[in-house]
Design a protein around this ligand. Structure first.
Ligand SMILES: CN1c2c(nc(N)[nH]c2=O)NC[C@@H]1CNc1ccc(C(=O)N[C@@H](CCC(=O)N[C@@H](CCC(=O)N[C@@H](CCC(=O)O)C(=O)O)C(=O)O)C(=O)O)cc1
Ligand SMILES: N[C@@H](CCS)C(=O)O
Length: 599
């Protein structure tokens, strides 16, 4: 029997805290006679950790030689081996084929292999392998007939990477290490737009000065994070459109009808700041990639995301720029249907990059700045179309942090600058909202503040207000929108539950209890739910906001205690049956819409 033990934690800043456990675990396995391949990836090892790791009682050690695609770090493994050597009694798993990039090896792998063989000697057992698991890249590039041939020739998905490994492993010595294909010429050859004047990273007025010029609302204003259910009918219409079975005109009509429905729903529920619902977006990243020059798309390049979901990350294949407005049509359509403000809805530059396949030939920061400049133009066009509130989502900002804490500062520096570059051109009166989720953020609060957004909406419902408390203790002084219910669950939250949630914000001390600056919204991801769940949940959310708003007006909120217990229905006198009637009307409206979509 033999075993493989994956310990990417050894490449993180926490290695010393776990080394003791890794030592005892590998010793126990060795005592049981199990030869172990210890696999470490996602970054290189610190020298002190490397010295310990090579002494572990394992048969093989597999290391990442590639680092993070497009990042200047993570590739020090070859230098470590060069300096400190590698034990003769162990096999080296040489992760020289980049498991996270979709690009064909440009000759680097064969050079590394040649250098390793020269350094360690012909009798050193070496396995040629990918630097990480191959789950990060799509399966096969062969079906991608829609991509330009010169791009395809530079791509390597999982199957092609296996071929590269076999080719490299079967080559003997330096003479057989022929480069495979170059990334340099054509795609991604140009220098990027990194020389942006410093003034473009800052709004023209400070947060304090511009706040008074922005829209204001009653206590606990209600909104959502952007998407509404992506129904089977919407996806079917998009598929028909893609296959040519539905004309562009008809497809646009259907998307328009969906936007109309979404606006009608929010109006009927009494939401304060509306969204158009994002029905035209298959995905928040893919959609913008499709609209931007410099991006390319696969037909079949699906990768797993967060365990049970699938996404098709677009490919940054050249310099990114905006060919035409990307969201203004849908925004204007929605805004024309209502007197209430509709939020412009954009995916931020850092998330665009972190959820795309980036180039390897220029730094990630440069790619993010290019995307930011494209988004900046979009913000200006939204403003010109009358949009007063623009949300720029950055759910992947935290996720992109390097494993090692020592690398955080450099990453956050360009990430925050990219975000600021995308929004800083907005007029002082335009309210910039950002949305962060899928993580805890306590450890990057200064960076969040430095983003200089006017409103921060943040995933909160599953964390028992931890994030709100952290923001309050840090003296965070901008408007916040903590998610009030978990959209990942089909459970419809009751008015009572939601009202208690709002009341509980009082005890956190956030914004000194100024409820007009605390937004009421669900966590993100309504696109993954069904209307049957969303309608009653939203109705209850708006009702809870009204209820606690009244308590605030009566001076009962902010005392840090649960003020009123609501039994069953909403407690506002004389209005108890209204929400029920509204819901019935909405369900009727929905039946009508389904009939329309089906015809
Ligand atoms: C927020 N998250 C996201 C991440 N990355 C992104 N790029 N985008 C994100 O939103 N990373 C972290 C999280 C992960 N969370 C999610 C949540 C939900 C989804 C999701 O809904 N995925 C869908 C697929 C979405 C999609 O693009 N669908 C297409 C159509 C799909 C398709 O190709 N269909 C076939 C035929 C289908 C048929 O009916 O016959 C075809 O075209 O041939 C669309 O809407 O047009 C999923 O199903 O998992 C993802 C990440
Ligand atoms: N606007 C997006 C944000 C996802 S993090 C949505 O609501 O789905």
């Amino acid at each position: 029997m033999r075993g493989t033990v994956h310990e990417p934690v050894l490449a993180s800043g926490q290695a010393t805290a776990v080394l003791g456990s890794v030592k005892s675990a590998t010793a126990a396995l060795a005592a049981a006679g199990v030869p172990i391949n210890l696999v470490v990836y996602y970054d290189d090892l610190e020298a002190s950790v490397y010295r310990e790791v090579v002494q572990l009682p394992v048969a093989a050690i597999s290391l990442d030689f590639c680092g993070v695609p497009g990042a200047a770090h993570g590739c020090a493994t070859a230098a470590l081996i060069d300096e400190l050597g590698f034990p003769k009694d162990k096999r080296l798993g040489a992760g020289i084929i980049d498991g996270r990039s979709i690009w064909r090896d440009d000759g680097t792998a064969s050079k590394l292999l040649t250098a390793l063989r020269a350094k360690l000697g012909a009798d050193q057992p070496i396995s040629v392998q990918s630097s990480t698991t191959l789950q990060h890249v799509p399966y096969d590039v062969t079906p991608e007939t829609g991509l330009p041939a010169d791009l395809v020739s530079r791509l390597a998905f999982a199957l092609q990477k296996l071929e590269e490994m076999v080719t490299l492993a079967s080559s003997s010595g330096a003479e057989a290490a022929a480069p495979l294909a170059s990334f340099g010429a054509g795609y991604g050859a140009s220098e990027s737009t990194t020389t942006v004047p410093e003034a473009m990273y800052s709004r023209s007025e400070s947060y304090e000065a511009r706040r008074g010029k922005q829209p204001t609302f009653a206590p606990f204003p209600t909104t959502t994070i952007g998407s509404f259910p992506q129904t089977a009918a919407i996806r079917r219409a998009r598929l028909q459109y893609k296959r040519g079975a539905l004309s562009e005109e008809r497809y646009r009509e259907r998307i328009g009808a969906e936007i109309g429905y979404v606006i009608g729903v929010q109006e009927a529920l009494g939401v304060d700041v509306l969204v158009h619902g994002e029905p035209e977006r298959s995905d928040m990243v893919e959609y913008f990639g499709l609209k931007l020059d410099g991006y390319a798309f696969t037909e079949q390049g699906w990768v797993q995301s967060y365990g049970s979901r699938y996404v098709r990350p677009p490919i940054v294949a050249g310099d990114v720029s905006r060919a035409a407005p990307m969201t203004v049509h849908e925004y204007a359509l929605a805004q024309a249907l209502t007197a209430r403000p509709v939020k412009g809805m954009l995916t931020g530059p850092v998330t665009m990059l972190n959820w795309s396949f980036p180039r390897k030939d220029i730094p990630r920061s440069a790619q993010a700045f290019q995307i930011a400049l494209a988004l900046r133009a979009e913000v200006a066009d939204l403003e010109a179309a009358g949009c007063a509130i623009v949300q720029v989502d950055e759910p992947a900002l935290r996720e992109g942090l390097p494993l090692k804490g020592a690398r955080w500062e450099a990453y956050l520096d360009w990430a925050v600058r990219a975000f600021r570059l995308s929004v800083a051109g907005a007029a002082p009166g335009t309210q910039i909202v950002t949305h962060l989720c899928y993580s805890s953020f306590e450890d990057i609060l200064p960076a969040i503040d430095a983003m200089d957004a006017d409103v921060l909406t943040i995933e909160n419902s599953r964390s028992d207000n931890e994030m709100i408390r952290a923001l309050a203790s840090a003296g965070y002084a901008r408007d916040v929108g903590p998610g009030v219910y978990d959209v990942h669950s089909p459970v419809v939250p009751t008015v009572e539950f939601l009202a208690d949630k709002l009341r509980s914000f009082g005890s956190t001390g956030i914004l000194g209890g100024d409820a007009s600056r605390i937004w009421v919204n669900p966590d993100c991801g309504l696109k993954t739910r069904r209307w049957e769940e969303v309608l009653p949940a939203m109705r209850n959310m708006v009702e809870a906001s009204r209820l606690v708003r009244e308590e605030v007006r009566a001076g009962k909120w902010g005392e840090g205690v649960v003020v009123v217990k609501v039994a069953g229905k909403a407690a506002s006198a004389g209005q108890g049956d209204q929400p029920q009637r509204r819901l019935q009307r909405l369900l009727q409206l929905r039946r009508l819409r389904l009939w329309w979509m089906a015809t």
